[in-house]
Design a protein. Structure first.
Length: 275
């Protein structure tokens, strides 16, 4: 029924104009942000899942950094252990020379002088092999000798323990070795064999731990990539589909504006009936 007191057509046009305008605003927001979910109302469940996945991705990225740091610690420790191993080999060579019956006592004194310096160098390397100011091989850091857990995942249970051996001269039982006599040299050979085995085992343990961290790094990389892909499927906007919605909303908005204009003219047309 035509009326001039209540413009029902205009009210209807305004209602649809608001609906289409909101749709257009929503599409523009999604396209400009690149995200399908710009408000919780867009997809409440999807937002919750995406937030959790994003948290896991951030944690895994930090885990990758943790693994890189752990690998650096192990490489540093292995470098120091390798130097100690070389020194022990030289000490065994000196002990073998001193143990020979063709070596004179005066020569043994010279051999002992170098031998003693090398014992000191073992301790120097053990204490001087540091990471971030912490000695790794002299047993002064109970953190590494007892074992330190490294976070390698998104859960508190995702850890790998780093354990480093004490390779100081006292721990290797070479501090009191003396090759100034043939008897002492004979005893030193046995002790040095044990020390060399100890260092070799320590290096093998370091290598095994480093190998595990390398595989962990690959796993973290794969998990991160998969989670990013899953998060993209949930959160990222489909540009083509959203652009189609925007185009439709723009056309409807223009149509609603035209309808509103026409509806506002209707009362004027009705007034002409009174003339």
């Amino acid at each position: 029924m035509p009326a001039i007191s209540t413009n029902i057509a205009a009210n209807s046009a305004v209602r649809y104009l608001n609906i289409n305008s909101n749709q257009e605003t929503s599409s523009l927001s999604k396209l400009s942000s690149g995200s399908r979910i710009t408000a919780a109302s867009d997809d409440a469940a999807g937002l919750a899942i995406s937030t959790r996945i994003s948290s896991d991705i951030t944690t895994l990225q930090q885990a990758a950094t943790n693994v890189a740091q752990a690998t650096s610690i192990l490489q540093t420790a292995d470098g120091g252990a390798s130097n100690i191993s070389d020194i022990l080999a030289r000490m065994k060579s000196l002990a073998s020379e001193s143990d020979s019956g063709t070596t004179t006592d005066s020569s043994r004194a010279y051999i002992q002088s170098e031998f003693k310096q090398l014992i000191g160098e073992v301790d120097s390397i053990a204490s001087g092999t540091r990471y971030s100011g912490t000695s790794l091989l002299d047993g002064s850091s109970t953190t590494f000798t007892a074992g330190v857990n490294v976070m390698v995942g998104s859960s508190s249970s995702d850890t790998i323990k780093i354990t480093l051996s004490n390779l100081s001269s006292s721990s290797l039982a070479i501090t009191s070795l003396d090759v100034s006599t043939q008897t002492g040299a004979t005893a030193a050979l046995t002790a040095l064999d044990t020390a060399i085995d100890t260092v070799s085992k320590a290096r093998a343990d370091i290598g095994a731990q480093e190998s595990r961290f390398n595989f962990s790094a690959d796993s973290i990389s794969t998990q991160t990539q998969n989670l990013q892909s899953a998060n993209s499927a949930i959160k990222d906007v489909d540009i083509a589909a959203e652009q189609a919605k925007l185009s439709s909303a723009e056309v409807k908005t223009q149509a609603a504006v035209s309808a509103e204009t026409a509806a506002n003219q209707m009362p004027q047309y009705l007034l002409k009936l009174l003339g």
